[in-house]
Design a protein around this ligand. Sequence first.
Ligand code: FMN
Ligand code: SF4
Ligand code: SF4
Length: 254
Amino acid sequence: MIFYFSGTGNSRYAAERLASFTKDELISINDRMKMKHAGEVPDDFSFGSEKPFVFVMPTYAWNLPPVVTEWIEENHFHGSSSAYFIMTCGEDNGSSAAFARHLCDKKNFIYMGCRKVVMPENYIVMYDAPSEEDAEKIVGESEGKLRMIAEYILARKPMGSDKRTAGANFKSTAVNRAFFAMTVKDKKFYATDKCTGCGTCVKVCPLNNICLADGKPEWLGDCTHCMACISGCPTEAIEYGKATAGRRRYRCPD
Ligand SMILES: Cc1cc2nc3c(=O)[nH]c(=O)nc-3n(C[C@H](O)[C@H](O)[C@H](O)COP(=O)(O)O)c2cc1C
Ligand code: SF4
Ligand code: SF4
């Protein structure tokens, strides 16, 4: 059973490729989170599969996104006891593997490995997104790694982790904590006059953190900087302070 969380489509794409190679069921964590935040379902779900559990997600500050870790912690998984972790990233997922292993210990999963898959950078509040042409190239180059990962999953073999880069542990701990404490806030989001009140931003936010007031979006203070709203707005009306003015928006090319 393959689960994915995705802000701008990279992790959804990776999960879809894995599901296609392994012929496995695909579940959107975004949809489940939205249902929970809307109060449509209980806080915890129960998922059963005889096939290994595969969790696909973006890298946030050299670690697993906290909202995904929390979501895995609060839900129930039965049938298989094996868990694989696949992290899409612009470049480096630090020492995320250690945190995935720790999560497995908490959930009584057998840790089957944590591998990164390099995809286009989407964090446009800090960096430029690649051009459409470069993005397509990067996405195309992910195919080999995704196939390799699928082979491990099909064979139900441990796949290990990627070689850690210099300072990985420091980045995944101290820098990660400082980043979330200081940067991951929604106060700087606003909509310009280009906003048509279409409601797409409300729909795509996995945390239901946006509502429309007088036809314009308002951010409600529970944001994980997934970039779904700013990158999904059809008129590019959303900005983040001065950081995103004139910057290309990024969505994973289909
Ligand atoms: C809040 C945030 C933090 C990020 N931190 C990292 C990082 O530490 N290392 C990295 O290589 N990419 C980082 N990225 C880039 C994303 O991990 C990468 O583009 C990912 O594929 C996006 O996946 P998605 O389209 O499924 O949301 C970050 C992106 C965001 C939004
Ligand atoms: S997606 Fe863009 S245009 Fe639509 S309501 Fe949100 S900010 Fe306005
Ligand atoms: S407000 Fe925007 S950036 Fe924050 S969680 Fe929702 S969609 Fe993601």
